[in-house]
Design a protein around this ligand. Structure first.
Ligand code: 6PG
Length: 239
């Protein structure tokens, strides 16, 4: 596991963008599962502004590690956010964008999306393998859309599950832990003081850490990199 700490969200986004460019370089095809949240917005803006011609977007296939079950025009949609901050500014073939269509029937979509991954991705031990899974972590220690109150979904047999937001009750389609941990690389993007306590708990395995889905991100063979800003890293031992 690699821990990279930067001054602020912008610097985290700059560092991740450069890392992403290096990952994609030399690959014929690259399958990435994106996350939602505020940090990816900054990254997408940087990729669109500084990497539109540096990266061959034709070889990148975009998926989502989790998506809210809302229409693609809804401000809650991770897809909409990605269109606004990235896809509307770079040239990506529409066939490379694999949106989660959860707005109508989340359960049926979770099955469809899992089948799509089986078809599109190479499989290792029968688990679809992403080149990169991008994750955030909520203040409650959730990641993707696996929340503490439904941590059992992490080990679900189905590769895509229907999760429920603990406060709003909003349905979401999320990758399960098997798929996340099968990825070749997993990048955790965590910024803000509100995450510091959970970052400490997850990274230093303090009492109760097992309750946080983020603590279950332990790639089988892949590389795990944490991109943190100083606020999110403020409580950990940085020696
Ligand atoms: C989502 C995300 C979610 C997010 C965390 C952190 O759909 O909301 O996938 O898991 O990554 O909530 O969000 P921030 O980047 O805003 O802290």
């Amino acid at each position: 596991m690699d821990l990279k700490i930067y001054k602020d969200k912008q610097e985290v986004a700059n560092a991740f963008s450069s890392y992403f460019e290096s990952l994609v370089k030399g690959k014929d095809i690259f399958h990435v599962a994106l996350s939602g949240g505020s940090t990816p917005k900054v990254i997408f803006d940087i990729l669109a502004e500084n990497y539109s011609t540096k990266i061959d977007w034709n070889k990148i296939h975009f998926y989502w590690g989790d998506e809210r079950c809302v229409p693609p025009t809804d401000d809650q949609s991770n897809y909409k956010m990605t269109v606004e901050h990235l896809f509307s500014k770079i040239d990506v073939p529409t066939g490379n964008i694999h949106r989660v269509l959860g707005e109508n029937d989340p359960s049926a979509e979770a099955m469809r999306y899992a089948n799509l991954l089986e078809i599109n991705l190479d499989r290792v031990d029968d688990i679809p393998q992403f080149d990169l899974v991008v994750l955030g972590m909520g203040d409650d220690g959730h990641t993707a859309s696996i929340f503490p109150h439904e941590i059992n979904l992490w080990d679900a047999e189905d590769h895509c599950v229907v999760a429920t937001h603990p406060e709003s009750g909003q349905k979401r389609v999320s990758l399960n832990g098997k798929v996340i941990n099968r990825a070749k690389e997993v990048a955790f993007l965590v910024t803000g003081a509100g995450k510091a306590e959970k970052v400490l708990s997850v990274l230093e395995k303090t009492e109760g850490f097992e309750a946080y889905p983020a603590s279950l991100v332990q790639p089988e063979t892949g590389k795990l990199i944490w991109f943190l800003d100083t606020d999110a890293a403020s409580m950990i031992n940085q020696d």
